[in-house]
Design a protein around this ligand. Structure first.
Ligand code: NDP
Ligand code: OXD
Length: 309
């Protein structure tokens, strides 16, 4: 039996080596060089894989090479009974905390303004706000949102969170569901999107919702490009309602060279690197999933295909 590595635009060799080290008895093949489709038990996926899924009769699980599974849920003719497992790699949390803290502090301490001032040789002091007087709203309080919330709490910020179901996190003002969204948005001066991309969260940061943020708010998106309506964000950046945006993910990746976000003075662009998957720890997490699957043990990080995450 075998695992097929079908991760678009990701060099296969380092992954095959890392996985083979953890799973010496499993044959690992790289798509499309698969000898016998009947033998494929696991499909490790990333990006837009284009395969006829009806030709894998013995598939046991779809494994995502990332925390997000929108790419798997979007596959045509995906057999609904086959479990989807997202990557539970702890290094994603470390990377995301670094990305979020860096960008929150950059906006909070006016570094965006100081960078502009330097380009104009201007020596001007900007006001310094206490972190307890700065509200940061985390959209999504899952594995990434929760660690970011705690890191922000440790720095003294006033932290709000929004999730689908109600929950309690010490010192975090949690809002939930459609009825909690307005209250959450109207009080978040810096918003950080860490939601999965689902039918309910697609385009959630549209003009109507972005306008609910306090004037001059900042937007950080480290989740998926599909959460933000880019044209609405540009409009609100230009009219000043949004003070700045740090964007790591885009509707189209790589971000096309002609996209206005590249050169917008209030926008920073990073190439989907907020939290990069670590080869060794990810290979360990994947091998644990395979072990559980083969031994009939409950799977961690299993996806609810109805909710989409
Ligand atoms: P989780 O599945 O652990 O958490 C998702 C959170 O979103 C949960 O709190 C969930 O609520 C909430 N949520 C889902 N749907 C809704 C909804 N309709 N309304 C309100 N809240 C909702 O995901 P992770 O934290 O692990 O990852 C989040 C996303 O980050 C990934 O899906 C991926 O797209 C992105 N990502 C980006 C990376 C990058 O480098 N840019 C790296 C890694 C991930 P509840 O708690 O109630 O279930
Ligand atoms: C992920 C990502 O989903 O890197 O893990 O975007």
């Amino acid at each position: 039996m075998s695992l097929v590595f079908a991760c678009v635009d990701i060099p296969a060799e380092p992954w095959v080596n890392a996985l083979q080290k953890e799973l010496p008895d499993l044959e690992i093949e790289v798509w499309p060089n698969v000898k016998n489709l009947d033998e494929v038990e696991f499909a490790l996926l990333w990006g837009n894989w284009n395969a006829d899924l009806t030709r894998f009769p013995n598939l046991q699980a779809f494994l995502s090479l990332g925390a997000g599974v929108d790419h798997i849920l979007a596959l045509d003719h995906r057999p609904p009974h086959i479990p989807i497992v997202r990557l539970g790699d702890p290094s994603l949390q470390t990377g995301m905390v670094e990305f979020v803290l860096y960008n929150v502090l950059r906006f909070h301490r006016n570094f965006q303004k100081y960078e502009k001032q330097q380009s104009e040789t201007l020596w001007v002091e900007q006001p310094q706000v206490s972190p307890s007087n700065r509200s940061v709203g985390l959209m999504g309080l899952g594995s990434l949102g929760t660690v970011c919330a705690n890191a922000l709490i440790n720095l003294g910020f006033d932290v709000l969170g929004w999730s689908r179901r109600d929950k309690e996190i010490d010192k975090v003002r949690v809002f939930s569901g459609g009825q909690g969204l307005n209250k959450f948005l109207t009080q978040s001066e810096i918003i950080v999107c860490l939601l999965p991309l689902t039918r309910k969260t697609k385009n959630i940061l549209n003009e109507e919702n972005l306008k609910k943020l306090p004037p001059g708010s900042f937007v950080i998106n480290a989740a998926r490009g599909g959460h933000i309506v880019e044209s609405d964000l540009l409009k609100l950046l230009d009219d000043g309602h949004i003070g700045g945006a740090a964007l790591d993910v885009f509707e189209m990746e790589p971000l096309p060279k002609k996209n206005l976000l590249w050169s917008h003075p209030k926008v920073t662009v990073t190439p989907h690197v907020a939290a990069l998957v670590n080869l060794e720890s990810a290979a360990k997490a994947i091998s644990e999933t395979i072990y559980c699957c083969r031994n009939g043990l409950p799977l961690k990080n299993i996806v609810d295909p109805i909710e989409g995450y």
